[in-house]
Design a protein around this ligand. Structure first.
Ligand code: HEC
Ligand code: HEC
Length: 353
């Protein structure tokens, strides 16, 4: 806002200066005309100049006065510039984020509105989770089947992944799923600026967090805050209900398979083959993420607490996890989404398989 005011003032000053120059040039041209060719009679440097009387009188005072004026301009102008510049920079930054968010929203919009249809699959402009039509080919028989594949809610994407990790997902997509690569590096249609605009838009639609530290004023992206307790309670309630109606045998199993937000809070989406399109194979035996059953991971996480801590933080590209694991950054962090009790129940469930 301030930036644009400053810009307007600068435009006015520029305009005034331009008009001044034009007037000066015109005046000068007029004055110069009778002098044309006069140096033929007498070279300019041989012309008799003003005598001391004139040079040291009002003329000198006038030149001194102009000097004083310039001094006043620097004395007042420099501090004024100094005062306004930080606000201008802040304004420029805010404006660029605002503009990127707006452009990102245009990319995110449904096809009918000229966007790339992220909204169409992910549950509208607020991305609360949806489904995508997809065709899967049976690797053994070659049979093709039409399915509805769950597209997770994205209004908690930065709870689960860092900005770099989301950029990776957008660039390369999820090769086994309806989520195609969008970045040029992954063979998609968008340049790095467009991916950045999408990140700005996704940031703007994050569910606000509670318990952010005082130095993290933006509660949509603060690292310390968690999902609102009421939302966490909804997850508990949904899981409890699924146990009660007999869909799942335990609270942990229900949480592992939770369908809230098209699986945005669940593990089965990545760890159970076929879960995303309603045809789950053996639970937790691995899909995009590895097999989690006791036999497969007991050697990676001898201690239950270590496994809980890993699930809270997720994996980071290149970083060690468990005993000998090395992260790819594709395992989300759940510490800001789920409560410790919820994560513990899930871990007890997978360790029992
Ligand atoms: C054809 C439907 C479709 C379109 C269009 C689409 N997505 Fe996706 N997207 C999916 C599906 C399905 C998944 C989940 C894949 C899986 O099972 O892991 C996904 C996953 C994601 C993820 C990872 C979420 C997570 O928690 O694992 C992000 C981020 C994402 N999409 C963003 C976008 C953005 C931004 C756009 C628009 C440029 C977009 N998607 C367009 C279907 C789609
Ligand atoms: C977006 C997909 C995705 C989701 C959702 C997901 N995971 Fe993972 N998970 C992975 C990937 C990929 C790995 C492998 C590590 C890596 O690549 O960084 C992994 C690794 C793990 C491991 C370590 C396995 C080992 O022994 O090496 C555990 C434990 C785990 N996940 C548990 C969970 C639990 C519990 C949940 C649900 C709360 C969950 N995951 C949700 C993708 C996912």
């Amino acid at each position: 806002m301030l930036a644009s005011t400053t810009t307007n003032v600068a435009y006015i000053i520029l305009f005034v200066i331009l008009i001044g120059w034009i007037l000066y040039a015109m005046g000068n041209r007029k004055k110069a005309r009778p002098e044309l060719g006069s140096e033929i009679e007498l070279a300019a440097n041989r012309k008799v100049y003003y005598d001391d009387e004139i040079l040291e009188g009002r003329r000198l005072e006038r030149v001194q006065f102009i000097g004083l004026l310039f001094l006043v301009v620097s004395v007042i102008g420099l501090p004024l510039y100094w005062i306004l510049e930080p606000a201008r920079q802040v304004g420029a930054k805010e404006y660029s984020v605002e503009r990127a968010t707006k452009w990102g929203a245009e990319l995110f919009a449904p096809t009918a509105k000229g966007g790339f249809n992220c909204a169409g699959c992910h549950g509208g402009m607020t991305a609360t989770g949806g489904v995508a039509a997809y065709a899967i080919t049976n690797p053994n028989t070659g049979e093709v089947k039409a399915v509805s594949w769950k597209a997770p809610a994205l209004n908690t994407i930065f709870y689960r992944f860092s900005v770099d990790e989301v950029v990776f997902i957008l660039n390369y997509g999820r090769p086994f799923s309806p989520m195609s690569p969008w970045g040029l590096v992954g063979g998609g249609p968008m340049n790095a600026q467009q991916i950045e605009n999408l990140i700005a838009y996704l940031t703007s639609i994050q569910l606000p967090r509670v318990g952010c530290a005082a130095n993290e004023p933006d509660n949509r992206v603060c690292a310390t805050g968690t999902l609102e307790p009421a939302k966490q309670q909804e997850i508990t309630d949904a899981a409890m209900a699924a146990v009660k109606d007999g869909t799942y045998k335990s609270y942990g199993e229900a949480l592992f398979n939770l369908d809230v937000g098209s699986g945005a809070y669940s593990c089965a989406r990545c760890h159970t083959q076929g879960w995303s399109y309603g045809n789950p194979a053996q639970p937790a035996q691995g899909a995009m993420g590895p097999n989690l059953t006791a036999g497969a991971t007991a050697s990676h996480f001898p201690s239950q607490q270590d496994q809980i801590n890993f699930i809270k933080k997720g994996s980071e590209l290149g970083k060690k996890f468990g005993l000998q694991g090395q992260g790819s950054g594709r395992m989300p962090a759940f510490g800001n989404l789920l409560t410790d009790a919820q994560i513990k129940a899930i871990v007890e469930y997978v360790r029992s398989l």
